[in-house]
Ligand binder design. Sequence first.
Ligand SMILES: Nc1nc2c(ncn2[C@@H]2O[C@H](COP(=O)(O)OP(=O)(O)OP(=O)(O)O)[C@@H](O)[C@H]2O)c(=O)[nH]1
Length: 460
Amino acid sequence: MQRWIRGRSAASAARYFSQDTIYALSSAEGRAGVAVVRISGPMADTCLAQMTTARAVVRNIHHPSTKEVLDSAMAIRFPQPKSFTGEDIVELHLHGSRPVVTGVLQALSTIPSCRPAEPGEFTERAFDNHKMDLMQVEGLADLLNSETEAQRKQALHQISGSVGQVYEDWRLTLVRCMAHAEANIDFGDDEDDVTDAAYDAVVDKVRELHASIGRHLADGRRGEILRNGVQVAILGAPNAGKSSLLNVLARRDAAIVSPIAGTTRDIVQVPLNLGGYPVTLSDTAGIRETDDVIEKEGVQRAHKCRAEAHLKILVVDANDTLDPSVVDLVDANTIVVLNKLDLAANQIPQLALQAAAMCPISCVEGTGVDAFLQTLQAHVKNLFAGANDDAQGLLITRERHRTHLQDCVTHLKSFLEHPYESELAAEDLRRAIQSIGRIVGRIDVEDILDVLFRDFCIGK
Ligand SMILES: Nc1nc2c(ncn2[C@@H]2O[C@H](COP(=O)(O)OP(=O)(O)OP(=O)(O)O)[C@@H](O)[C@H]2O)c(=O)[nH]1
């Protein structure tokens, strides 16, 4: 354990070695049915003994010195090593009232070597005690930040450890390959065990792994898109009804709507949950040639937004002739919305556009909005189609993982270019092993952990 704690930031290492017992409110702040105070560390049982006589039963909680009754609560013990942190843990399930929680936390501060927990410190202890690996900690962070069902599923999948296990299996395969490569350096042809045929099998194994990781990398970034949300840009000419559409979908007046062409200048974003998938809708400035400096900037931002979007909605006024510059915006990832149907005298214009779909609607009357939403939802869902094609349902959820996997592939490729130059080949495998080992994380994890735990709430 010393090996990787040594690199930990000074504050974090000091915290770890102090052997303090930490406590915090682990449920949400404020009035609630139940408030859970979690205590972890060597004094957890002592805290319990000093404040109540209970073991998972309802009892009075006393102030340890004044003996004043602070609450009637349920106390649960989770003895080490099977607890969340791997240490003795006590949970006090209190009434969810501010004075009760404040009184209990204050009472805990009077017990020697007990102190309030830092954000994420319970999870940090779980990591330190090998109860979770880095990917699981990241998965927990994702779960806490998740807002839709699909995000929750992905985070839970990562917390379960199954994704990390696949990487660990790949790493162990490479370790075995490297043992063979090093045996080649040490014994060459003199050793019976290290036959050419055995080494050929190692090269085949590396080739296989190189292909598997390559396929895994070609996942269309579905895991990262799901984690960060699907970006959908609403584009079109001025006055087509882009802001009106945004407001209809958001069910509130998120953007200003007016008959003055060129009203929207900056990007206006609204988050949506579409069938369990997280979506960010961006309303943009109407695209046209202009000398107005501010509007020009708005049009540039609209083009940038379009370039970064996973899906585009092109809003067209069904009563206007199509501007060629707007036609150029259409591609296979664009849903065309023919708006202002109420003014079109029941004539839906037939447009020859290579779009993903065409949806006639009226933002003012609400006609066609439900059908459009279904089309949009289907296209969002389609971005993730095939997510479970992979036997393990394996998706890359963070850029950090992708970078290490790409490094690993680079080293494996280098190995495959000179597999029979023993020393070079062994060095390539060593680097490939290191790259993949960094994902699950026991190497150079300190900076990542510091950032991760900073984003955690106190009590987690
Ligand atoms: N009749 C009718 N009017 C609409 C409809 N949708 C929008 N409008 C009107 O069209 C005008 C422009 O609507 P906006 O939503 O501001 O259009 P926009 O595309 O965001 O415009 P810019 O900000 O100029 O890019 C407003 O007066 C809206 O009330 C519709 O379905 N039917």
